[in-house]
Design a protein around this ligand. Structure first.
Ligand SMILES: NC(=O)c1ccc[n+]([C@@H]2O[C@H](COP(=O)([O-])OP(=O)(O)OC[C@H]3O[C@@H](n4cnc5c(N)ncnc54)[C@H](OP(=O)(O)O)[C@@H]3O)[C@@H](O)[C@H]2O)c1
Length: 338
């Protein structure tokens, strides 16, 4: 916020104490902005009213709100949930979000932003022991959407797991490994904050922010996934991927021709060949000048096109256009009948 130009910040939490990893940052922040620390529990009406009165009594109007409260980490299967554990997750998010909305709507009608830190758990599903956490985040998503529909600022950020700081740094190793196996990569705080800066001029909407390996994510699912079908697959198709299902349905000869054309195109692009330059399908890549860096560029171009994880040794193991196309053709469709 300070980097974006904020000079007056009111930081709110129940304890009034920064998390250990934030203490140094907070000390540095005081050099850039006037920092007011207020203790309040966002889940309590009287605390939120007191907070709003405190800001109203101050010398400046409120420019906007970032609701980033929450994050108590509690893993429980649905059968293990108690009302207490559910309340604990809803308190800061569902109640806190609503109370902040209610208390500030009249007091500060000219807010420029109302950003809520939600989580991918409310859109991706699949976090089996986080149903109550997902519910709290879904409430925040709904609040941002509801505000936006009424013309008020409301932006929900469904963060994926951050690395190094915050609640995900307190996750146990088993869960971290489970996330990684499921195609969810940890997102660095710097990358997350750069993304936030990029979204700053969009005061309304909902954004899922994270680093996902969708092939891996889908590989672990037997039931399909609505979010993937509606949004991620569409985005993947837009970024140059092929319709792999349509390719697989072609006859072996047509499929081989189509795959060969893509391989030629990717190799030619990396070698900076001009249109019309001959690319012999049987000439070895090394003799065409394909070095190891270029080999990785070919591989990632093909991974993106076919949406397949491919080995680092791809062009080494299949060193000509013909051999590489043959290998890829077999990966995406049934082998031709002998
Ligand atoms: N870090 C991630 O990877 C990640 C991923 C997805 C979503 N998120 C979301 O992003 C937000 C920030 O996460 P984080 O990692 O920074 O969590 P964090 O390190 O646990 O910090 C959460 C902050 O919220 C405050 N808080 C909790 N309940 C509160 C309440 N009822 N009223 C006022 N303040 C309250 C806590 O302070 P006190 O305990 O002193 O009140 C703490 O300062 C959370 O909403 C989390 O769900 C984080």
């Amino acid at each position: 916020m300070a980097e974006l130009g904020a000079r007056h910040l009111t930081l709110v939490s129940r304890s009034g104490r920064p998390a250990p990893e934030a203490a140094e940052l907070l000390a540095g922040l005081a050099e850039e902005a006037e920092v007011d620390i207020v203790r309040a529990d966002l889940g309590r009406t009287e605390d939120v009213a007191r907070l709003v009165r405190h800001i109203e009594a101050g010398p400046r109007p409120l420019g906007g709100i970032v609701h980033a409260a929450g994050g108590s980490y509690d893993e429980r299967l649905i059968s293990e949930l108690t009302w207490e554990s559910i309340e604990d997750q809803l308190e800061a998010k569902a109640y806190g979000g609503w109370l902040l909305h209610e208390a500030t709507e009249k007091a500060f009608p000219d807010l420029e932003f109302f950003v809520v830190y939600s989580s991918v758990s409310s859109v991706l599903g699949g976090f089996v022991a986080q149903g109550h956490y997902a519910a709290g985040n879904a409430a925040l998503d709904g609040l941002a959407d509801w505000r936006a529909r009424r013309g008020l600022p409301g932006l929900a950020l469904n963060w994926s797991s951050w690395s190094r700081v915050g609640m995900s740094s307190r996750m146990n190793d088993v869960l971290i490994q489970e996330l990684k196996r499921g195609g969810v990569h940890l997102f660095s705080p710097t990358r997350a904050l750069n993304t936030l800066v990029g979204l700053w001029d969009q005061p309304r909407g909902q954004r899922v922010v994270g680093d996902f390996d969708w092939d891996r994510y889908m590989a672990g699912r037997v039931t399909g996934d609505l979010f993937f079908d509606r949004l991620a697959r569409r985005a993947a198709e837009d970024d140059g991927g092929l319709d792999v299902a349509a390719l697989a349905a072609l006859s072996p000869a047509d499929r081989a021709a189509a795959v060969t054309a893509v391989v030629r195109e990717k190799v030619a692009a990396v070698l900076h060949l001009e249109e019309g330059d001959e690319l012999d399908p049987n000439t070895e890549f090394v003799s065409l000048g394909l070095d190891s860096l270029m080999a990785q560029q070919v591989r990632s171009g093909l991974e993106q096109a076919f949406r397949l994880p491919l080995p680092a040794s791809l062009t080494h193991d299949h060193p000509t256009v013909r051999q590489l196309a043959g290998f890829l053709g077999e990966r995406i469709g049934p082998a031709p009948a002998a």
